[in-house]
Design a protein around this ligand. Sequence first.
Ligand SMILES: CC(C)(COP(=O)(O)OP(=O)(O)OC[C@H]1O[C@@H](n2cnc3c(N)ncnc32)[C@H](O)[C@@H]1OP(=O)(O)O)[C@@H](O)C(=O)NCCC(=O)NCCS
Length: 297
Amino acid sequence: MDYKFQYSAAISLKWIKDNMMGLVFPDITKQGDRIQKNFKGVIVSKNNVPVGMILGLSDMNLKDFRIMSFRVKPDHSNNKLGFRLLIALEENLKKEGFERLELQFRSHWKSLFVLEKLLQKTKWKQPEFNMKICQSLVEQAFPVFHRGHQLPNDYTFTSWKLVSDQEKKDIKKQHDQNRWYPEEVSPFILTDIIEPEVSLALRFKGQIVGWLIIHQISTETLEYTSLFIDEAHRSFKMGHLLMGEGILSQSNQNKFPKFLFTVKATNRLMLKFIDRNGPSNGMVVTDIFKAEKKLLP
Ligand SMILES: CC(C)(COP(=O)(O)OP(=O)(O)OC[C@H]1O[C@@H](n2cnc3c(N)ncnc32)[C@H](O)[C@@H]1OP(=O)(O)O)[C@@H](O)C(=O)NCCC(=O)NCCS
């Protein structure tokens, strides 16, 4: 009997968790509550047993689609199933009006060469370095970010839980008026998983001029997600001090042993800093690449 390919536009995370864990890669279920939408994807089966799956999520405007998981069982690999899954997904998404596909992968994945071959064969653009993920035990981060710098006069840190509702309204207002911060460092993303005791606000003469928003991404790990400092108060040292203070408060809180943050390919200064100080202090640094494909009608 031949392989059967089936597309679905609404696959829930719960169903995947209950039925398909052997066909998930990377482990999207680790993202827990951060995924609230249904997936779209293709499952390939033989004798009614699933042996491969490709899954992803659409953006809000239903034009961009991001592949989040892609796996073929080892005993069925090298049978063109990966190729056929990718093509079947593309064809279905095109019919639904999607215009772009995106996929991110990590440089250390074992079958990276297979994935790269597949992307080339299906005419994706050449993948580009997108960011670094840096992670370690919180103690290992001390020598990286805590080097005895002093916070300059008139600046103070406050725990995010002490930032009042009125101050949050003021941040929103200031942003609405003059696009104060880039959206990706908004302090209002995924507010239900913000760790309020460890997250920080930076004040200058009492006024909030920056923040470090930290999310709980697992029972062990905090992600230092949004670091923002108002342009007038910006310096590399200031970002450094905020990170150091966050690490200190995570360590003092003594609840989460690990921490993680990402550095974008455009942040040259920080990339250099991590190359010099990360791995030598036990930090695990992973390169993430991003590939894209335009879907022509
Ligand atoms: C990536 C993956 C889904 C591809 O599935 P697949 O069904 O084996 O892929 P295909 O059979 O379509 O092979 C694609 C190409 O790689 C080659 N290839 C596949 N497995 C190979 C192997 N073990 N050794 C050498 N080449 C191999 C194929 O020959 C083919 O190249 P060709 O078109 O020049 O012949 C599968 O390798 C996998 O599950 N890997 C682990 C999870 C992973 O890394 N997923 C990516 C997440 S984005």
